[in-house]
Design a protein around this ligand. Sequence first.
Ligand SMILES: [Ca+2]
Ligand SMILES: [Ca+2]
Ligand SMILES: [Ca+2]
Length: 336
Amino acid sequence: MKRNGLYVVFFLVIILLFTSCLTKEQPNTLKNVEVSQNSNNSYSSFKLTKDSFAVELTFKGKINSEDFVFSNIPFKIVSFDGNNTIVSLSFGELKKKNFEFLKVKGNPVLLNSLSVDSLSTNITKTSTDTTPMLLGDFNHDSYIDLYDFAYFKEHYRTSVNNPGYDQMYDIYPSTKGTDIFENIFSLKQPDGKVDIFDFAVFTINYRKAANRPPVVKIVSPKEDEEIHGGLNNITINNLDPDLNNIVYDIYLNDNKVESDINILSKNLNLDYPKDYLLTIVATDVVNNYVTPLSSIATVSFKTINTPPIISFTNLNEFMPYNFKLSVVATDIEDGE
Ligand SMILES: [Ca+2]
Ligand SMILES: [Ca+2]
Ligand SMILES: [Ca+2]
């Protein structure tokens, strides 16, 4: 009998140990967030337990957006994946421990929480990613604003195996640059997922600007080339390092012949014979908060005399059978 009693005590101890392990596991997964209820359990409050840039909470089931009360948080993405409600908040700066960022009506079940307390990375620089970019400028206007946030939201929580994934939005791991990119996340090494870390980088870069001038080159005509007069094609090559759109002004010997065109190829009517200086001014199209930048390319070339083109079609339809036609064409050059 006494032995049975010992067994009972032994089992009770085992069960107690087991349940204490289970209850300990819950706070472990939620170590970066502290949850508390108000006195009448009408809402739950969520606080940071360490300094963080961003936090993501997964609640069981669907929670209506009106049940959330956010503390002055500039960037939030709330989504429902079919089973759970995911609340992603990014502060745009390092928020201090104990910051109360959210209240939710009632006592929702928090399944998981994740916080971004560090964004330091050691990215390996390869030859392809050494050109710094304003990470987060998804519409290529050299500035990060709400338009870019709208694009980002569409690609949030996607990964390489997901049709919505696009590497442009995968902006973490990344690091800050130098010169105009000082304090701007600008060199990246995508990890195949757009998650809360990418969100944190986006919001730190928010409202930042960085612009470089376009790189413009005249492909044809070439320097010192001699071309025939008349209609000639001007071809431009251009690459803006920020992927901005470009507009061009074209000058021939200081006369502006085209203004604000956005095509890389243009036919111009050229006099002959004449010495020309062709000047192309390429200007990038950027956000109103950014100063547009221009680059200039020039070539000097000559036009030479062009023989007139004569063609006859279906002469035999209205000419006598044995008629012989002899034509001598002489063009009249300028000044003659
Ligand atoms: Ca932009
Ligand atoms: Ca990423
Ligand atoms: Ca630019």
